[in-house]
Design a protein around this ligand. Structure first.
Ligand code: HEC
Length: 460
């Protein structure tokens, strides 16, 4: 069967391909893997919830309940067990057995954290001593920009989506207003932050993305192909409590005069009507201090022959593959799959000029509710030579087994509506000259060998 068994065919955690840098899998120090036999909320679990759940599960945030105190948490213990055991919570749909595992914004539980929570629940979810309780997390004040201190003030440019009212009884809404940046000259971006403008706005803003739309050729100097012409640079996703994004060293995004911001906001109803705007805060590099490298975003189709060939029969699975050649060497900064309700999985693979291939990342449990942008950690963002082919594979599940599927008896084609489908990855690539690329490869080698050495020392 052409569409079956995709899980079984996946490359599991392969690494060490010659010429491929950035896949070093360094085992965690032993101390991080040990769990207490009798975990309590105050001593063990609260710390994990503070780090991995409170950003959403606290009063006045997007999740349905707070997991800050024992009293708030206890009634949810079983539900917590189910959601963490199935890895539905925290939302992180990247396959833990495939490809690169180090990300800047990883919000998933480590195996040790997961075990602690499961053991705690199966032991009856004991509270423990209040003296063991860690001090509460101080979440940033609502009106303060996270980078204000670091960059000496509020963002240089703040753009807002038009006010939107999410009625208490309304269905989920996807709102995509376009807002001009007003720029009259090109500027280099060094940091961005995105947030709802009110506390109540957080309750209804499930996620918010902002894309940069501007007229240009692809960054490797070639005219854009049909799929890429739909391209809008992805700025960032807002996830509650997230610190925003600072560009990698000496890199930036270039905003051109006449550019626009395309917002993509998912609103979910709260128990009252809420009106909010999304604020996008942008910090520029000072004029004349241009970074050396430009991050530019590509839309890589995962459909054989291009997006408009998407053609999913009723009650069936569907697989598509597309290939994208890197005409210059570069660093792949992130992976963000985009599909709709039938979306099931997407992978990105690098086929090197040597012919060897390397699975970079795979989201095998895609959920339209969570548009996560997986941003590679500095030491693991793949550095790929000129001529590398990036292979995107996408899987759709148009059967009744897909709980998100509104109607498995429908034929589904490409389209903008939520009930239509798409399959592409948003991928930021920092293209480089051969010389700069070789330099980055050397730097990476030096950095990874130091890390490996210090990890070895720690384990002794
Ligand atoms: C990025 C935001 C976010 C993070 C981080 C997050 N959650 Fe959630 N959680 C949600 C949202 C939103 C919902 C409600 C929608 C849904 O069920 O997907 C939810 C639902 C839940 C539910 C189901 C509640 C019910 O109605 O039965 C549980 C249990 C849960 N989360 C536990 C956790 C735990 C435990 C963590 C941390 C280990 C965590 N979540 C981290 C956003 C988050």
């Amino acid at each position: 069967m052409a569409h079956g068994g995709w899980r079984g065919r996946m490359v599991r955690g392969a690494c060490g391909v010659a010429g491929f840098i950035g896949m070093m899998v360094v085992p965690a120090p032993l101390s991080a893997q040990t769990t207490t036999a009798q975990p309590t909320f105050t001593k063990d679990v609260a710390r994990i919830f503070q780090a991995k759940c409170e950003s959403c599960h606290r009063p006045d945030s997007i999740a349905p309940m707070s997991l800050v105190t024992y009293e708030e948490t206890r009634p949810w213990a079983r539900s917590v067990r189910d959601r963490v055991a199935s890895r539905q919570m925290p939302p992180w749909h990247l396959d833990k057995g495939v490809g690169i595992q180090h990300f800047k914004n990883d919000r998933s539980l480590t195996d040790a954290e997961l075990n602690t929570i499961l053991t705690w629940v199966s032991n009856g979810a004991p509270k423990g001593e209040m003296t063991d309780m860690p001090s509460p997390v101080k979440w940033p004040a609502d009106d303060v920009w996270n980078f204000a201190e670091q960059f000496g003030g509020p963002p240089d440019l703040i753009l807002k989506s038009p006010p939107y009212t999410q009625k208490s009884s309304a269905q989920d809404a996807w709102y995509k207003p376009v807002v001009p940046t007003g720029l009259t000259e090109a500027r280099w971006v060094r940091a961005i932050e995105i947030r709802p403008s009110t506390v109540k706005g957080r309750k209804v803003t499930h996620h918010a993305l902002a894309r940069l739309s501007q007229d240009e050729k692809s960054d490797d100097g070639q005219p854009l192909d049909a799929d890429a012409r739909l391209q809008n640079g992805l700025f960032m996703e807002w996830a509650v409590g997230k610190q925003g994004e600072i560009m990698r060293e000496n890199s930036g995004k270039l905003m051109l005069p006449g550019s626009k911001i395309v917002f993509d906001i998912h609103y979910s109803a709260a128990n009252e009507d809420v009106t909010d705007q999304i604020e996008l805060g942008i910090y520029f590099y000072p004029k004349g201090q241009d970074p050396r490298y430009r991050q530019s975003l590509a839309l890589f189709s995962g459909i054989t022959g291009g997006n408009r060939n998407l053609d999913i029969a009723p009650n069936s699975m569907y697989v598509g593959t597309n290939f994208h050649v890197m005409r210059r060497a570069g660093r792949v900064e992130n992976f963000q799959p985009h599909m709709h309700l039938r979306g099931k999985a997407m992978s990105i693979e690098a086929i090197l000029p040597t012919g060897q291939s390397q699975m970079l990342s795979m989201v095998s449990n895609y959920s339209f509710n969570w548009h996560t942008n997986y941003v590679y950690a500095d030491e693991s963002a793949p550095l790929l030579p000129k001529g590398t082919v990036l292979k995107i594979t996408s899987w759709h599940d148009n059967t009744a087994a897909n709980k998100m599927n509104p109607d498995p008896n429908q034929w589904v084609g490409w389209g903008d509506r939520t009930v239509d489908e798409m399959a592409h990855a948003w991928v930021n690539i920092t293209y480089m000259s051969e010389e700069d690329f070789n330099l980055e490869v050397e730097k990476r080698k030096a950095a990874t060998s130091t890390t490996a050495a210090s990890e070895r020392q720690q384990r002794q």
